[in-house]
Design a protein around this ligand. Structure first.
Ligand code: MEV
Length: 299
C-alpha cells in the first residue's frame, strides 16, 4: 500500500507550463493505492468511491506499469480524501501513489526522484503537456518552488522553508472541462494574442519572484496582495469563472488577505490566505454553497 498527498498551487499555474516558475504546497489530504498481482495482463483499477473514473485511472496505471516493466496483470484499489478534478492534484496523487504501490509488488525500491519521473508519464494522460509541478509536490510534499525545464532535462526544484506556515481556506466548486482542455485553451488564446500574453507572462514571472521572497520573509500582507494579483492574471488568460470570482470576493470580504483560483481553473478550487480568520472565511464561502477545507501550508 502506498500514499501520496494532494497539492495547491499558490502562484504560477498555467504560466509554469511555459517555463515560468511556480510555487505550490502539499495538503495533508491523501490518496491511497494498494496493488496486487492478478491473472492475465490487464491493469485493473477498483474504486469504491463513485467519484472516481476507473477507466481514466486505468489508462494512467497502464502507463505507469509499462514504465516499471510490468507485463503481468495487476489490480489496484484506490481511495482518496481529496476532491477529484478540482485543482487539488488528485490525478498526480494517484500517479505517485500508484507508482509506489506498483513498484512494491515487483520488489523495486524506488527513490522519490524515480517515483516523480514515472508519475509524470502518467500525468501526461491527465494533462497532455503537464509542467510536472503536481507530481513533484505529490512526491516530495512541503512547499516547493518549481521551474520546468523546457529542453526536457531535469526541472529545477527547490524546497522552500516559509517563515510562517500559511493558514488558508480552499473552496471548491464543480469544474467544466479537464485540465488538458483548459491548458490547450490557454495555448490557443496565447497564439491568437501573442503581445497581450507576453505582457501577462512577464508579470507572472515577476510576481512569483516577489512571492518567493515574501514567503521566505513571512510577509503575509504582501503574499495576500500577490495572490490577488495572480488571480487577475488568471482572469486575463481566461481560466476563471463567475463561481471562482465570487468565492474570492466572499473570502476577501470575510477578512482574507488575498485569494485566487488554484489549479487549472474553469471551476475547481480557490485558495484564500486568512491567518486567524479561517472559520470566518470558510463560512463565507460555504454560504455560496461550496465546501471548504482549512489547511496549513508550509509546515
Ligand atoms: C494544474 O494543476 C496546473 C497547470 O499549471 C497545469 C500544469 O502545470 O501541468 C494548469
Amino acid at each position: 500500500m502506498a500514499k501520496a498527498c494532494g497539492k495547491t498551487i499558490l502562484f504560477g499555474e498555467h504560466f509554469v507550463v511555459y517555463g515560468i516558475p511556480a510555487i505550490a504546497g502539499s495538503v495533508s489530504d491523501q490518496t491511497t493505492v494498494s496493488a496486487r498481482k492478478a491473472k492475465g495482463t490487464r491493469i485493473k483499477v477498483e474504486a469504491a468511491d463513485k467519484r472516481h473514473n476507473p477507466e481514466f485511472l486505468e489508462k494512467m496505471a497502464a502507463v505507469l506499469a509499462n514504465k516499471l516493466g510490468i507485463n503481468e496483470g495487476v489490480e489496484l484499489e484506490v481511495s482518496t480524501e481529496l476532491q477529484i478534478g478540482s485543482g487539488m492534484g488528485s490525478s498526480a496523487a494517484f500517479c505517485v501513489a500508484a507508482t509506489r504501490a506498483l513498484a512494491q509488488i515487483v520488489g523495486k525500491n524506488l527513490g522519490n526522484d524515480d517515483v516523480c519521473r514515472i508519475a509524470y508519464e502518467g500525468e501526461k494522460i491527465a494533462h497532455g503537456t503537464p509542467s510536472g509541478i503536481d507530481n513533484t509536490v505529490a512526491t516530495y510534499g512541503g512547499l516547493v518552488w518549481f521551474k520546468k525545464n523546457l529542453e526536457g532535462g531535469a526541472n529545477q526544484i527547490e524546497r522552500l522553508k516559509a517563515r510562517k506556515p500559511l493558514e488558508v481556506v480552499i473552496g471548491t466548486c464543480p469544474r467544466k472541462g479537464t485540465t488538458k482542455e483548459l491548458v490547450e485553451a490557454v495555448r490557443t488564446r496565447k497564439e491568437k494574442n501573442p503581445e497581450k500574453f507576453a505582457r501577462i507572462f512577464e508579470d507572472a514571472g515577476k510576481l512569483v519572484d516577489e512571492a518567493r521572497e515574501a514567503l521566505l520573509k513571512g510577509e503575509e500582507k504582501k503574499i495576500g496582495a500577490l495572490l490577488n494579483q495572480n488571480h487577475e492574471l488568471l482572469k486575463e488568460i481566461g481560466v476563471s469563472t463567475r463561481e471562482l470570482d465570487a468565492m474570492c470576493s466572499a473570502a476577501l470580504k470575510a477578512g482574507a488577505l488575498g485569494a485566487k483560483l488554484t489549479g487549472a481553473g474553469g471551476g475547481g478550487s480557490v485558495i484564500a490566505l486568512c491567518p486567524g480568520k479561517q472559520a470566518e472565511v470558510a463560512k463565507a464561502i460555504e454560504k455560496l454553497g461550496w465546501p471548504t477545507l482549512k489547511v496549513r501550508i508550509g509546515e
